[in-house]
Ligand binder design. Structure first.
Ligand code: HAS
Length: 552
């Protein structure tokens, strides 16, 4: 297997089908999740009431699961399989392709079963499925199918990568493939936590085989997975920022070694930090919370390195194209190219979004914002803007490059309009969420004025602004679906799969970066340091445990 040096070579048709199948399911989930989001926003803004047989929390569960778990996972796996195929010889090996399809089938079956149980109102437990709220056991089984299905695709990625390394002894792997391997390694370690929670705690409890569940332990296992989950969304967006965007703007990546190091740091520090979601919870000593807050601040560093690298790439490319002055390079960026414009807006928003994350992670400030709409605002900027807009930006070239079609100038314009609508909608929605949150408005609640309490009345204009933002966002979502259909029907032709070169040869990158034994050992050590003592404490000194609650 050789690196695909012939950039014009399309991905093998059989792999294109596999990738496209993932991308289309992702957008189907986005549409359904978006409808749920529109309705719940309007309910919360006091604009509509739902028919008696649809619950607000049922919609909220559908929205969270379809957007945060299904849209993202299918898109990410499709994108990573495509990039690994592209950069390791133009195709997936037969075994990897088979594993990819098995994974796809398992994840699709899990999604269908899970959605049915949400629609039957038997799994209204929100996307975090916190015990002691209890869903049908089949809902948990559906989640197991999605997670184990994603492992199949992870193994497919490892396999293709490994075979490439074997046939290219002594060479540094292609950057895309390296980053995909890091992302899937992180994902597979992190999902062990949630797999343990579901298989050993929630399934036996929901079948009635055990009466009670250790709530503290289940929540901690969830967040052992829940925080890396957000990096599982972010890292593929970073792959686009590092590997694709430099090519789109006509330049080269600033530094291969820096890019790889930032991914390795994300691998190390994104897992042992879940307690920053539990800072306000009793039952975990302040020492372990403090330690995980320190590690959280460490995971900020690779994002700052990424910001530096992107700025450097932009500036150096602009200057090579003749830009002068301090900010002349800014004008050289390809503003009319949707492949750049949509991810760029995602990057721009990630600056305040990331700052919000640092606020959340600071213990004292977390006491102000925890469980308020501020947090909802935070993740609509990070996940639903920075990540989603980057994924949309990828879609514009990925679909036509897979299907042998052209990315027309009309599509560029429609894509830019879509991005602007998304930004406007998100401005209204997320800004009002952040503000209402600071005034104390809680998250995860349906419409209520708390018996006309003055504080709750004060929040109402912000809730209305959130609903207005949600309506604008829904218009953007419908346009995105229209754009996906248009891309599928675009004129036959050729669209490039953009993969950038690095300014310095990857061969200068330290070999240590691909000694996986070292990195995985460090991950295990950090996870053990952060989690083993507090979790042993939860197991050895358990609270009585809780019987199930069905509150809907
Ligand atoms: Fe977060 C809660 C802390 C990043 C998602 N987060 C959430 C939840 C979600 C989420 C979904 O510590 C809610 C979970 C739930 O349901 O309860 N988060 C952080 C920190 C970071 C962070 C420290 N979060 C993310 C990302 C997400 C995400 C990324 C999704 C993709 N988050 C928290 C905490 C909570 C939390 C607490 C719990 C709150 C609570 O109390 O419940 C950091 O990783 C952020 C680092 C990022 C930066 C920004 C770097 C900027 C870059 C852009 C460069 C731009 C350029 C553009 C170059 C430091 C890389 C050029 C511009 C020109 C002008 C030319």
């Amino acid at each position: 297997m050789k690196t695909d040096t012939n950039q014009a070579l399309p991905i093998d048709r059989r792999d294109s089908k596999l990738v496209l199948a993932h991308i289309l399911i992702a957008f189907g989930a986005l549409l359904l999740g978006g409808i749920a989001g529109l309705l719940q926003g309007m309910v919360r803004g006091g604009m509509i009431t739902l028919p008696a047989d649809i619950g607000y929390y049922q919609l909220l569960t559908a929205h969270g699961v379809l957007m945060a778990l299904v849209f993202t996972t299918f898109f990410i796996i499709g994108f990573m399989l495509s990039g690994v195929a592209k950069t390791t010889g133009g195709q997936l090996l037969p075994l990897a392709r088979r594993l990819g399809w098995i994974g796809f089938a398992m994840m699709t079956a899990g999604t269908v079963i899970g959605t049915i149980f949400i629609l039957l109102n038997k799994a209204t437990v929100l996307y975090t499925f916190y015990a002691p709220m209890q869903a049908s056991p089949w809902y948990y089984i559906a989640l197991v199918l999605v997670v184990t299905g994603s492992w199949m695709s992870g193994i497919a990625i490892f396999y293709n990568y490994r075979r490439w390394k074997k046939s290219n002894r002594g060479k540094m792997s292609p950057l895309f493939a390296f980053m995909a391997v890091v992302t899937m390694t992180m994902w597979m370690v992190a999902t062990l936590g949630v797999a343990f929670e579901i298989v050993f705690q929630l399934i036996p409890w929901s079948f009635g085989w055990v009466e009670r569940v250790n709530v503290m332990l289940s929540r901690s296992l969830f967040w052992l997975f829940g925080h890396p989950l957000v990096y599982f969304w972010l890292m593929p967006a970073y792959i686009c920022w590092y590997v694709v965007i430099p090519k789109v703007i006509g330049g080269k990546l600033f530094s291969d070694a820096l890019a790889r190091l930032s991914f390795l740091l994300l691998l190390l520090f994104s897992i042992p930090v879940g307690f920053h979601h539990q800072l306000m919870e009793p039952g975990i000593s302040s020492f372990w919370k403090y330690l995980q807050v320190v590690l959280t601040m460490m995971v900020v560093i690779p994002s700052l390195m990424t910001a530096f690298s992107i700025f450097a790439t932009f500036e150096r490319t602009g200057r090579l194209q003749g830009a002068t002055g301090l900010f002349g390079w800014f004008k050289k960026l390809p503003w009319k190219d949707v492949r750049f414009f949509a991810p760029f807006m995602g990057m721009l928003i990630f600056i305040p979004a990331g700052a919000g994350g640092i606020i959340n992670a600071s213990n004292q400030m977390n006491a102000v914002v925890h469980n308020t709409l501020w947090v909802t605002g935070h993740f609509h900027l990070t996940a639903a803007t920075s990540v989603a807009l980057t994924f949309f930006g990828i879609t514009y070239w990925l679909i036509p490059s897979l299907t042998g079609r052209t990315l027309t100038s009309r599509m560029h314009k429609l894509g830019i309009v879509q991005t602007v609508i998304w930004m406007i909608g998100m401005f209204f929605m997320s800004a009002s969420m952040h503000t209402a949150g600071l005034f104390g408005s809680p998250r995860r609640t349906a419409y209520t004025t708390y018996q006309d309490h003055p504080d709750a009345i004060f929040w109402m204009p912000y809730h209305v602004a959130m609903a207005v933002g949600g309506i604008i966002l829904f218009a953007g979502l419908v346009l995105m679906i229209y754009n996906v259909i248009s891309l599928l029907r675009a004129p036959k032709g050729y669209t490039e799969y953009p993969i950038a070169e690095s300014e310095e040869s990857p061969e200068l990158t330290p070999r240590l970066f691909e000694r996986w034994g070292v990195w995985i050992t460090l991950v295990v050590v950090l996870v053990l340091v952060a989690y083993s003592m507090p979790m042993m404490d939860m197991v050895n000194h358990p609270v009585p445990g809780s019987k199930p609650f069905v509150t809907w």
